[in-house]
Design a protein around this ligand. Structure first.
Ligand code: ADE
Length: 258
């Protein structure tokens, strides 16, 4: 995956790219990211990349021309078409499917990070970037969303995560939340690890994990189960979960409500 991040704040993104899985992906040649300072594409002595808004008002607006020059330079460097993405709360929501789409994108991904009060509207009109949102809230700029998008896509590239099954087994790939994980010691302040995980019985462990993933999803994100076609095992496990809940209610003296 090839990415360029166009930003006025390169130091907001560089440290994150130099850590953990994103660093490893680059070392393994599975990710190539370059961070470009938009000020380097200005022509004036003071490298001004933003200015006051026409019509007045608070804050600053990012100028169009440095952005046009930066995108032209990237097109020339890559020698191919680019996929230009602009993080924005108005954009297409990020989902696991969208992350997969970004992972599979053959064109270089260019993230145009807005800041301040926004970007001169002519950038949107001329370059027609694809706006992408990471959620219904407003951040101070596009740098953190760009990192979120890259992280969500890169971890899906085979070879980036240590265990090739990790990405597959995890939340959302299968529209289920994670099952709980435990590590040594087996007793922490009187809290024991579920026995099945110490049993060495791989089939029992697999079944327990599936059931706990279903339980987590049922309790925390029931919307994810709503349109799902359940296989026989999942239906049985959900039945067990529902019965356990009913028994707990009855044991507490609540009985049935109806
Ligand atoms: N820029 C500011 N807020 C954002 C959001 N929620 N998603 C993507 N880009 C943003």
């Amino acid at each position: 995956m090839r990415c360029d991040i166009l930003t006025l704040f390169p130091d907001m993104v560089r440290p994150v790219l130099g850590q953990s899985m994103l660093k490893r992906a680059q070392e393994k040649g599975l990710l190539e990211v370059r961070v470009r300072n938009l000020r380097d594409y200005t022509l004036d002595k003071h490298q001004v990349a933003d200015d006051a808004p026409y019509g007045g008002g608070a804050g600053m607006v990012m100028k169009a021309e440095p952005i046009f020059r930066a995108v032209d330079a990237l097109r020339a460097e890559h020698g191919t078409e680019l996929r230009l993405l602009m993080p924005s709360p108005q954009g297409r929501p990020l989902t696991q499917r969208f992350a997969e789409e970004l992972r599979d994108e053959p064109r270089p991904l260019v993230f145009l990070c807005g800041h301040y009060e926004g970007i001169d509207e002519r950038v949107r009109l001329v370059l027609q970037p694809e706006e992408v949102s990471i959620g219904d809230y407003v951040l101070t700029g596009g740098e953190l969303p760009a990192l979120v998008l890259i992280d969500a896509a890169v971890r899906l590239i085979p070879g980036v995560l240590g265990d090739p099954e990790s990405a597959l087994a995890e939340s959302f790939t299968d529209s289920l939340l994670d099952f709980p994980q435990y590590t040594r010691p087996s007793d922490v302040q009187g809290w024991a690890v579920p026995e099945v995980l110490l049993s060495g019985n791989h089939e029992a462990v697999r079944r327990w994990r599936r059931k706990e993933a279903l339980r987590n999803t049922f309790l925390k994100r029931p919307d994810l189960l709503r349109d799902r076609v359940l296989n026989d095992e999942d239906r049985r496990l959900l039945d067990e979960i529902l019965h356990e809940r009913t028994n707990v209610c009855e044991a507490r003296g609540g009985g049935r409500l109806s």
